[in-house]
Design a protein around this ligand. Structure first.
Ligand code: AQP
Length: 354
């Protein structure tokens, strides 16, 4: 793609209990990527205000997401772990991107439609502008790769559109600064300041569905706690939720094709495959022809085996909030230095007086 130095960036909102979807769709990928890449992982607390302004325990939620990052295996010394509000440059760049993005682009965002619901007039302006802040989160570090679940795909396409429009609109101003690089987008040569980010969505579980409804994604904000497995759930809760998970009366098929039209069965097999680091075909080779009464207990054992150590480490870390805060402060300081470098350049490109 480009000669931009590869940099991985991703964020998680402190909006409630982290669940298996967040873990399999995002956090586990964060851990895998840190081996070969420079990575920045952010608790995006400014985003948490978009759907609900007042949070009873914002500090606790931020610490809990940070604890999940660390418990899952992210190394905050080698990489950067921080919370978004410590780096005001995110909000500054988001304002500039609000002026780059077009209303027509924002109107197409399906997550806004889902989250705003029927009473759109009552949704916050922040919820509407959320993708523009997300683009700023990524591009304020000129990050190149973003591991996310499938639900974020459209926002990353918008991030590319914003980067492209900024690059094109300011092309003549970027060139004399010597800050840009030549990239090719399609067949077009572009003198770019911002890279075209690559979403990293593939993985065994890009979209984990609700345990109560196989057509809805597993979500922190689902009112039913039985719809999700939380990283803080103990083994009894995990067992209860999997036992109560919606299924159909048929036995599991022997081939992946047989999962078509059976969203709940497909979801449970997908979760098993992701937790076991196997394919769905492997799982069906083992459980094809078996009833859920056999499959569910095996899934409970596997989920507890994978999640119990993370759960225990999260609890241990949460007992030492001073340590978590120190990690965030250190990460925030390093992130601010990087973000300020970009913003100094962006201010120069735009032509603000220093
Ligand atoms: N069900 C899911 N399957 C796979 N990946 C998922 N992610 C979220 N849900 C699933 C991924 O987790 C990362 C962090 O998500 P987030 O908290 O920043 O926002 P979200 O996507 O809005 O997650 P939730 O759980 O649905 O939260 P609420 O209910 O607050 O909106 C992202 O990479 C996301 O793709």
């Amino acid at each position: 793609m480009s000669e931009f130095k590869p940099l991985v960036f991703s964020g998680v909102q402190p909006t409630g209990n982290l669940h298996l979807g967040n873990y399999l769709g995002a956090i586990r990928k964060f851990v895998a990527l840190q081996e070969k890449n420079d990575c920045m992982y952010c608790v995006v607390d400014l985003h948490a205000l978009t759907a609900q302004l007042v949070h009873e325990d914002m500090i606790g939620q931020i610490r809990s997401i940070t604890a999940a990052f660390l418990a899952a295996g992210i190394d905050p010394k080698q990489h950067i772990v921080f919370n978004q509000s410590q780096v005001p440059q995110h909000a500054e760049l988001a304002w500039i991107f609000n002026c780059v993005a077009r209303i027509g682009w924002m109107n197409r965002m399906t997550q806004f439609k889902d989250k705003a619901g029927k009473d759109r007039e009552q949704a916050s302006l922040g919820l509407y502008a959320y993708p523009s802040l997300m683009a700023a989160d990524i591009l304020v570090y000129r990050a190149t790769h973003v591991p996310v679940g499938e639900d974020q795909k459209q926002h990353l396409e918008l991030t590319r559109d914003i980067a492209m429009k900024f690059n094109m609109d300011f092309m003549e101003k970027i060139r004399p600064t010597g800050l840009g690089i030549d990239i090719t987008v399609g067949d077009e040569p572009v003198h770019a300041y911002f890279p075209m980010v690559e979403p990293l969505i593939d993985g065994p579980a890009p979209r984990v569905m609700s345990l109560k409804d196989g057509s809805k994604k597993m979500s922190k904000s689902d009112p039913s706690d039985l719809s999700r497995i939380n990283l803080m759930d103990d083994s009894d809760a995990i067992s209860k939720k999997i036992r109560k998970a919606k299924t159909d009366p048929d036995a599991l098929p022997s081939e992946v094709d047989g999962l078509k039209g059976r969203p709940e069965a497909d979801n449970l097999v997908g979760i098993f495959a992701a937790l076991a680091d196997k394919t769905k075909a492997d799982v069906l080779a083992e459980f094809g022809g078996q009833q859920f009464s056999v499959f569910k207990p095996a899934l409970v054992d596997l989920a507890v085996e994978v999640l119990a150590p993370i759960n225990a480490e999260m609890r241990r870390l949460m007992d030492d909030p001073g340590h978590i805060d120190a990690v965030l402060r250190d990460g925030g300081e390093r992130a601010r230095a990087r973000a300020e470098k970009t913003m100094t350049e962006v201010r120069d490109i735009i032509g603000f007086v220093r």
